[in-house]
Design a protein around this ligand. Structure first.
Ligand code: PNS
Length: 162
């Protein structure tokens, strides 16, 4: 069975993340969306809120026979991947600027868990500039982010703001 994890902060989940997930689904039998619980950061959504939103959104994702689940984790991604029985870590690359950071992470993860491969997928050009941080900033300043984020997530962001 080919199992992968798709790790990230997902604060919040964007359509760019969903694009990567839909592209990776045909490659694996199971993908766990792995939400990092990072106590050092002050996120917009708690890890529980993020997992619950992702769980709801996943119901509408094209999965191509792949089982999609969501879990939170703390500590090292490579360790979580091993504990989950995954053989791959999926990461999306939007632009060349992502590559250097992603390469360093992939090499470190490989050093930690040599049996686990990082699989990079190229995001659709449509989402090449989309990041959770940028979307939060635009949203907080009253800009439009529809089409870049799942509707449910945008609704939850509106609720947070009010
Ligand atoms: O969505 P993000 O913020 O780009 O995801 C980054 C993430 C969560 C994948 C990365 O920060 C991570 O793996 N953190 C867990 C701690 C860890 O394993 N650090 C070493 C990475 S080489």
């Amino acid at each position: 069975m080919r199992k992968a994890i798709f790790p990230g902060s997902f604060d919040p989940l964007t359509n760019g993340h969903l694009d990567i997930l839909e592209r990776s689904a045909p490659l694996f039998d199971e993908i766990v969306v792995a939400v990092l619980n990072n106590p050092d950061k002050k996120p917009m959504f708690t890890v529980e809120e993020r997992c619950s939103m992702i769980g709801e959104v996943l119901e509408g994702v094209k999965r191509d026979g792949c089982r999609l689940t969501v879990e939170s984790f703390s500590g090292l991604t490579a360790e979580f991947a091993r504990r989950s029985g995954a053989s791959a870590i999926v990461r999306g690359i939007r632009a060349v600027s992502d590559y250097e950071y992603e390469l360093r992470m992939a090499l470190m993860n490989r050093r930690l868990e040599p049996e686990i491969e990082t699989v990079f997928l190229m995001a659709d050009e449509e989402y090449s500039y989309v990041s959770s941080t940028l979307l939060k900033q635009v949203f907080m300043l009253g800009g439009r982010i529809d089409g870049l984020i799942p509707e449910l997530v945008e609704q939850k962001m509106r609720e947070k703001l009010s």
